[in-house]
Design a protein around this ligand. Structure first.
Ligand SMILES: [Zn+2]
Length: 205
């Protein structure tokens, strides 16, 4: 069970986490891609972004960076931002605090970033405080494409992002095997749609 649009109550409960960006007199969208680098999905994303002169943020899994170092370097060389998404994609609710933090530190040996996104969006308040004390900004989202949901049609995935994205939105996609069918369909159409409306796509900092 997941929500495409992050409810305001959740944002109020976790005010120190970042859910969207306040942008002034500019139409800006912040695309984010979780769980890469992946040998097929990530090059597809990079190519598609390039066609629209779009920048984005990639929350990488440390283990995948170790397995796909060339693709990881391509992300950086194309001036996208990267973020830490733990080394083994741990669920904070199910992981002891020390193990959770150690896994982030392990990922940080290959991912040089001050941005962090908790896998599954699951992080306890205490873990969040520890991560912030390590000087990370914790980046959540306000629009979840649902591309990881194998029961969701690619058309519905596109509709999720078209109907819910607004100025300053942080939108989640996944450069992963599971999401690829929906990602491949929805990402180019979303970029086309919002580019036509005068939006630009930027990396988080
Ligand atoms: Zn993830």
């Amino acid at each position: 069970m997941y929500l495409v649009k992050t409810p305001w109550l959740l944002k109020k409960l976790y005010p120190s986490l970042i859910w969207s960006e306040k942008v002034q007199d500019e139409k800006t969208i912040y695309l984010t891609f979780d769980d890469g680098p992946h040998p097929i999905a990530t090059p597809f994303v990079l190519n598609t972004l390039q066609q629209y002169n779009a920048k984005a943020t990639f929350f990488c899994i440390g283990k995948n960076v170790d397995e796909q170092p060339a693709i990881y370097h391509n992300i950086i060389h194309q001036d996208h931002a990267i973020g830490n998404h733990t080394y083994n994609h741990l669920n904070g609710y199910k992981t002891k605090d020390e193990e959770y933090i150690d896994n982030i530190i392990q990922a940080a040996t290959v991912i040089n970033s001050t941005l962090f996104r908790p896998p599954y969006g699951r992080i306890t308040r205490f873990q969040a405080r520890l991560v912030q004390e390590m000087n990370y900004s914790i980046i959540m989202w306000d629009v979840l494409s649902g591309d990881f949901d194998i029961h969701l049609s690619k058309e519905k995935c596109l509709e999720n992002v078209l109907l819910n994205t607004k100025d300053g939105s942080i939108v989640v996609f996944h450069d992963s095997e599971k999401a690829f069918e929906r990602l491949e369909y929805a990402l180019p159409k979303m970029l086309e749609h919002f580019t036509q409306l005068g939006y630009s796509f930027k990396a988080l900092h």
